[in-house]
Ligand binder design. Structure first.
Ligand SMILES: Nc1ncnc2c1ncn2[C@@H]1O[C@H](COP(=O)(O)OP(=O)(O)OP(=O)(O)O)[C@@H](O)[C@H]1O
Ligand SMILES: [Mg+2]
Length: 315
C-alpha cells in the first residue's frame, strides 16, 4: 500500500471477449499532479478510468487509489474520488439542482452544504440561471457543465475527467480548462483524458501517458516526451547579414534576408560554428515538435512497432 501516491497501477489488464482493451499497463500518479491520458479512439483510456473508479472489474492487476485497494476497499476509494465519466451521468427527468442533490446525498452530504457548493460551481461555470431546468431540455454543453459540477460538489481529492470538454464551445472549453488547472493549483490530483492536444500543451500537465491498443506506449513529462521524439534539432536564427549555405552545417529549411530555419544534427556544434563567423546573432530559437506531431507518430505506430516496449521517458 503506497499512501504517498494518489494512484498506483501495476500490470493492469482488462480483456473483453474479442479485445484486449487494457493490456498490461503500469503507472503511478503523485498527489497534486495533473496526469493526462491520451490515445486514439479505442486505445483503452475510458476502460482504464472505469476500473480506477470501481465501475469495471479488471481481468488482473493491482490498483490503489488514495492509498486504498480498489477491489478490496471500494467504499474508501469512492469517498475520495470524483468522476466525470465519458457518458454523462445525469437523470433526464430531474432538474440540474435535483441531480446534484441526488448525487451529493449519496456521498452523505447535508443539503445545505450541497446547495452551497452547487451554487459555487454553477456560478463559476456560468450556468446558475439554469439550475431549475430539466436535464432533458439542456444542450450537450450545458449538460457537460452540470455533470462537472455534480462530480465536484462532494469536494473530492482525486478527480477523474474523461473528456470533460467534449461538446463545449471554445469559450467554455477555455473556462473549464483554466478551472481544472486551478483545481491542480489547490493540490488536487487530476486524471484527464482528451483528444484536444492543444489543451494538454496549454494546461502544463505534469505527466502524459499515451495509450495505443491497450498499452502505454509513452509516458513522462511533456517536455521529456518531446525530447525523446525529437528527431533532429530545428533552429531559427536571425543575423545581421544573410548566411551562406557553406558557412553553416545542416539542412536549410527556409531562408530570407538575415533569417534562417535550419535542421542541425548537433546543436552544440552549430552554436560553436556560428560563433566563429563574423556575424551578429539577433535572435535564436530552438523549435520543439508539437504534441500533435508526436501523437500522430505514436498513434500510427512508427515508434512503437519496432520497439514494442513502452517508451518510459525519464521523469
Ligand atoms: N463493455 C465492453 N465490452 C466489449 N468491449 C469493450 C467494452 N468497453 C470497451 N470495449 C472495447 O475496449 C476498447 C477500448 O475502449 P475504450 O472505451 O477504453 O477506449 P477509449 O480510449 O476511451 O476510446 P475513445 O477515445 O473513443 O473514448 C475498444 O476496442 C472498445 O470497443
Ligand atoms: Mg473513451
Amino acid at each position: 500500500m503506497d499512501k504517498k501516491k494518489a494512484i498506483v497501477v501495476k500490470n493492469l489488464k482488462k480483456y473483453f471477449k474479442n479485445v484486449k482493451a487494457v493490456d498490461d499497463i503500469s503507472f503511478d500518479v503523485n498527489y497534486g499532479e495533473l496526469f493526462a491520458l491520451l490515445g486514439q479512439n479505442g486505445a483503452g483510456k475510458s476502460t482504464t478510468i472505469r476500473i480506477l473508479t470501481n465501475l469495471a472489474v479488471p481481468t488482473s492487476g493491482h490498483i490503489e487509489v488514495a492509498g486504498y485497494n480498489v477491489l478490496k476497499d471500494p467504499t474508501n476509494v469512492r469517498k475520495n474520488i470524483g468522476l466525470v465519466a465519458e457518458k454523462i451521468i445525469l437523470y433526464d427527468n430531474l432538474t440540474a439542482m435535483e441531480n446534484i442533490k441526488f448525487f451529493g446525498r449519496l456521498y452523505g452530504m447535508k443539503d445545505t452544504v450541497i446547495e452551497e457548493n452547487a451554487q459555487k460551481f454553477l456560478k463559476l461555470f456560468d450556468i446558475w440561471n439554469f439550475k431549475d431546468m430539466l436535464i432533458s431540455k439542456m444542450s450537450t454543453g450545458m449538460k457537460q457543465k452540470i455533470n462537472l459540477a455534480r462530480a465536484l460538489v462532494p469536494d473530492p481529492q482525486i478527480i477523474f475527467l474523461d473528456e470533460p470538454t467534449l461538446g463545449l464551445d471554445p469559450v467554455s472549453t477555455k473556462h473549464i480548462r483554466d478551472f481544472i488547472v486551478g483545481l491542480r493549483g489547490e493540490g488536487r490530483t487530476i486524471v484527464y483524458t482528451t483528444h484536444v492536444l492543444h489543451d494538454i500543451e496549454l494546461m502544463n500537465v505534469d505527466k502524459v501517458a499515451i495509450m495505443r491498443k491497450g498499452k502505454i506506449v509513452s509516458i513522462g513529462s511533456l517536455s521529456d516526451i518531446k525530447k525523446h521524439f525529437k528527431k533532429a534539432e530545428i533552429v531559427e536564427v536571425e543575423t545581421d547579414r544573410t548566411l551562406s549555405s557553406n558557412e553553416v552545417k545542416g539542412k536549410i529549411l527556409d531562408q530570407d534576408d538575415g533569417y534562417m530555419k535550419i535542421e542541425v544534427e548537433d546543436l552544440n556544434q552549430f552554436m560553436k560554428d556560428i560563433s566563429k563567423l563574423n556575424v551578429q546573432i539577433r535572435s535564436f530559437k530552438s523549435l520543439e515538435p508539437s504534441l500533435e506531431d508526436i501523437y500522430v507518430e505514436i498513434s500510427e505506430g512508427n515508434d512503437v512497432e519496432e520497439q514494442s516496449e513502452m517508451v518510459n521517458v525519464k521523469e
